[in-house]
Write a protein that binds this ligand. Structure first.
Ligand SMILES: *Cc1c(COP(=O)(O)O)cnc(C)c1O
Length: 364
């Protein structure tokens, strides 16, 4: 059996059955039913954020945020991210403007942000890459100085807390993905956390065809509602989340012990005053005996499937060939990391023996 970069966590089968049993009586399967309401309450308590609303997935959550803020023009973002971030901007009719990243945290470099702001800039959309938090203080300051909303793609950062404050609280809005491959999941799902009751209200309408109530449709909305079965999965998984993160921590520390100090390997540092969610285990191969692609090939040949997150940069995607401003060489640090990084398998029940086998292959 192959070892993939991640493996979905599942609650005990009986626990999920108990959670969904009531749906056979209520016959209320979607459209903001009782599981949906309960998960929103549970998440709000866990994240300690202002407003929250659930979505059918993280990507549509992000598109709906851009619509709720009525953004038009340019959005400054990072090319070192999953396809979703850049596609959401383009699909909403805006133009991504790519800012380079910090070589240590892999997140948007605030030192390079201000130079990209023009009168066309509508918002800033950074990503908490691998669960490393962006420099939210400096980005927030720049946002306020120019009157730009800051919207975080927080898809990697569920369960990350800095000084006890969850990643849901930073910026004007934060998007989470609850996809099956994420640390916390609802099979497919997502959420938006924000501080404004008006934005939350708009998001609730937008995800339901723009319908506010039976006779009042103020927005051209789509359908991005989370169903009751997904919400029930989330309710169960949230009960086990801390245990899940703790198990991942042990895996991460085992990797750190085996790979730390090796010349030519750069590991991801847990940030100061931050509780990591241990979502990813990125390694940058910079001057190591083997290059990234050689390590990838060596592991794959043994049935171990790491991922080149994030290669290629979104600014290098074929769908954007010839588009103005989509130039990987304009973000040289992002381009270099994309060529050198590999995220190794990490999940709660990944055994120490398997981690040892992966490390032996890399180091051997
Ligand atoms: C997973 C992910 C998304 C998209 O979330 P879905 O729930 O799969 O739609 C967006 N951005 C980043 C950085 C992600 O990792």
């Amino acid at each position: 059996m192959s070892i993939n970069v991640t493996r979905s966590s599942m609650p005990p089968f009986e626990e999920y059955c108990d959670e969904i049993r009531g749906l056979w009586d209520s016959r209320w399967l979607t459209n903001m039913g009782c599981k949906h309401r309960q998960l929103e309450e549970d998440l709000q308590r866990y994240l300690q954020c202002g407003q929250i609303t659930l979505f059918t997935n993280g990507h549509l959550a992000l598109e709906n945020i851009l619509q709720a803020f009525r953004l038009e023009g340019e959005i400054i973002t990072t090319p070192f991210t999953f396809a979703s971030t850049t596609h959401a901007i383009v699909r909403c009719g805006c133009k991504p403007v790519f800012c380079d990243i910090d070589p240590v945290t892999y997140t948007l470099d605030p030192g390079k942000l201000e130079a990209l702001i023009t009168e066309r800039t509508a918002a800033i959309l950074p990503v908490h890459v691998y669960g490393n938090l962006c420099d939210t203080d400096r980005i927030g300051e720049i946002g306020r100085k120019y009157g730009l909303p800051v919207i975080y793609d927080a898809a990697h950062s569920f369960g990350v807390f800095r000084n006890g404050v969850s990643s849901a609280c930073f910026g004007d809005a934060a998007m989470f993905s609850f996809h099956a491959t994420k640390v916390f999941h609802t099979i497919e799902g997502g959420a938006v956390c924000c501080h404004s009751e008006e934005i939350r209200r708009r998001l609730c309408d937008l995800k339901n065809f723009g319908i506010h109530d039976e006779e009042n449709v103020p927005y051209v909305g789509g359908n991005a509602k989370m169903n009751e079965f997904c919400a029930a999965m989330g309710i169960c998984n949230l009960r086990h989340l801390e245990e899940e993160i703790e198990k991942r921590r042990l895996v991460r520390e085992h990797y750190d012990g085996r790979l730390g100090g090796t010349p030519g390997l750069r590991l991801n540092r847990v940030q100061e005053n931050t509780r990591s969610n241990n979502a990813y285990y990125p390694v940058v191969f910079d001057g190591f005996r083997l290059n990234r692609n050689e390590v990838y090939a060596k592991l794959s040949a043994e049935g171990i499937i790491p991922r080149k997150y994030f290669y290629p940069l979104t600014s290098a995607f074929a769908c954007y060939d010839g588009w103005e401003g989509f130039d990987p060489s304009a973000t040289p640090i992002a381009a270099q990391i994309a060529a050198q990084v590999l995220t190794l398998p990490i999940y709660a029940d990944l055994t120490t023996d398997t981690v040892d086998r992966i490390c032996d292959l890399i180091l051997g």
